[in-house]
Design a protein around this ligand. Structure first.
Ligand code: ASP
Length: 323
């Protein structure tokens, strides 16, 4: 009798699931990445796509929908069909865009289904190889003395590099010329080529350049030194106490994506972040993969809400806006 009831319940549950959700995923999934190919967000996206794809037994194709400080991709997600075939990887910028943009075409907490958190990535303050200063104190003195000549590149208004740059400039009380790109992959090429002077960027992009000596590193934005870059002090210990920036990431789907599909995506995310290749790659690049409990819609919602509450007053105070 009990078994019969269970069978009946299961039948009802399956009947209540749309056919598209039962078969999901029946074709490749597009993972939107808001910044340029080869950059830090792209690196996380491509590594994660492998593990999540394995779990879903389907290919996940990365599409770089770049521009406007990373806000083009969420806008594109908002307009995509809610069928689980278009999802988005976005970072801390999701929580700063509402305060930064006067006419943002999406509301991060209302316009999407949330799948879960992915990874926390620290940043590094780096300069072109032949910039004269050799440590943070020297760098601060140098940029103050040469503020009209120094270019501080970033990935556009609301990008992590922009936020880190804002924080740095306001902490040392200097205003430098900022140069926006469509991601920090092209910035780092220009930094290596000497066309721009300084950049604050995720370790998922900078670690290999720092290790190869192709750029000069001044510190990490983490609380403690990173195992992957042991020699490099934190910015806090090197001269700007309290300076900390964490670039957290989440996976999003269009509003109205059926719950059974979100559940499958969350399960695949949890498998993806535990995939040994992903874990190793992230650890080599100084990133901290989230726990299974954080790779859930609820946890992403809590983080997104808390980060919007944290960044909004800071941005309002700085009076930075974009259209
Ligand atoms: N590091 C970039 C940022 O500033 C994004 C990227 O190119 O992935 O947000």
């Amino acid at each position: 009798m009990f078994a019969l009831c269970l069978a009946a319940l299961a039948a009802v549950a399956i009947a209540g699931t749309p056919a598209s959700a039962q078969d999901y995923p029946a074709k490749p999934i597009v993972l939107l990445v808001p910044f340029a190919a080869g950059g830090p967000t792209d690196t996380v996206g491509r590594s994660l796509a492998q593990g999540m794809g394995k779990a879903l037994k389907q290919t996940i194709v990365v599409e770089n929908a770049v521009g406007a400080g990373g806000t083009i991709a969420p806008a594109k997600l908002k307009g995509a069909p809610p069928d689980g075939y278009t999802i988005l990887l976005a970072h801390v910028g999701m929580s700063t865009a509402p305060a930064l943009y006067r006419s943002l075409p999406f509301k991060p907490l209302e316009d999407f289904e949330l799948v879960g958190q992915v990874v926390d990535v620290p940043m590094t303050l780096i300069g072109k190889k032949d910039i004269p200063p050799n440590d943070l104190r020297e760098l601060i003195a140098y940029v103050k003395a040469n503020k009209d000549k120094i270019s501080f590149a970033n990935a556009g208004v609301g990008s992590a590099s922009h936020l880190c740059g804002l924080l740095f400039m306001s902490t040392i009380q200097v205003e430098l010329t900022t140069i926006p790109y469509k991601g920090t992959a092209p910035v780092i090429s220009d930094l290596v080529g000497g066309q721009v002077d300084i950049l604050c960027d995720q370790t998922t992009n900078t670690t290999l350049y720092i290790k190869a000596g192709r750029v000069k590193a001044f510190g990490t934005t983490s609380k403690t030194r990173l195992d992957s870059l042991k020699e490099l002090p934190t910015l806090a210990e090197a001269g700007v106490p309290g300076f900390e920036v964490v670039v957290w990431h989440g996976i999003y789907a269009p509003k109205g994506t059926p719950k059974p599909i979100i559940d499958k995506l969350t399960a695949a995310l949890q498998a993806g972040i535990q995939d040994p290749v992903f874990v190793q790659r992230m650890s080599d690049l100084g990133a901290q993969v989230v726990s299974r409990d954080q790779a859930t819609p609820e946890s992403l919602r809590d983080r997104l809400r808390a980060e919007i509450d944290r960044w909004t007053p800071i941005i309002r105070k700085a009076e930075v806006y974009a259209d």
